[in-house]
Design a protein around this ligand. Sequence first.
Ligand code: HPA
Ligand SMILES: [Zn+2]
Length: 327
Amino acid sequence: MNAAPTPPKAELHVHIEGTLEPEMVFDLARRNGIELPHESVADLRAKYRFSDLQSFLDIYYANMAVLRTEADFRDLAAAYLDRCAEQGVRHAEIFFDPQAHLKRGVPMETVIGGLHSALADSDVSASLILCFLRDESAESAAEALRLAEPFLDRIVGVGLDSAEVGHPPSKFTEVFARARELGLRAVAHAGEEGPPEYVREALDLLGVQRIDHGIRALEDPELVERLRRERIPLTVCPLSNVRLGAFAELSGHTLPALLEHGLLVTVNSDDPAYFGGYVDENFDAVRRELGLSTEQLRELAANSFRAAFLDDRRRDEFLAEVAAWTP
Ligand code: HPA
Ligand SMILES: [Zn+2]
């Protein structure tokens, strides 16, 4: 691809299970002796036509069946971190979905152990965010957090993902309170398909420090003003939003409007193996289709470090790198 260079950046919204490329689905199935209901890599990839979040989640969870051993989770994360190194991602905060693995009989220590060993071996700065599945019960989320307690030094925070509509943040008030008591940071998907009210709930009831997606906040001017005033970061995922039908085309994405409102917007890939690109492809697509300037790209990259869970010294070092970047 003839993409223009993009600035050094942090990726703050990527689901590690969403980096599972079709080729790796086949490799891991072979390694684990699992028979797949797909004829070939091309056959599987051809099924990646989604109409909404649920139609994506169905195949996302089905493909996870190939992730069984610590080595599987390590190889998955190592492949993603290699991409980060290629794409100028200096720091990544990586979501994982333990409940989707626990229910298949894969223990928490296998999941966290595998992911963490890849992070420990990589030159890219990275940390893990444990996500609760909002279409599962609050008790199931609490159990996942209990099982993660022996590994808290390997997790920076908790998040909330999966099918949004009908599963408001309020359902998870208690487990987020417990996570914050344990010293964890908190983020939540809100306002992807769900209403602006879910964004307010995530802030007021879950105490989150960032909103994942948040695109529907634009429907509520008071909420937009609050997000601006309180400098709440939004981790926006442009290619994901188009693939899941929030916008018919990238040229109609409201990313420029979010920036014009003065919001702390970042650009991320979400589930790059499914949505047509990693973070650089997202930067390149918004540059081309939305006509973002070099200075706007620099601002998005700087925002990613402002929004990251980094100490001030490292944040300042990364911000200096962004300021010095020339395309
Ligand atoms: O885009 C997403 N939205 C909600 N849940 C998810 N889990 C993986 N990707 C997503
Ligand atoms: Zn997501």
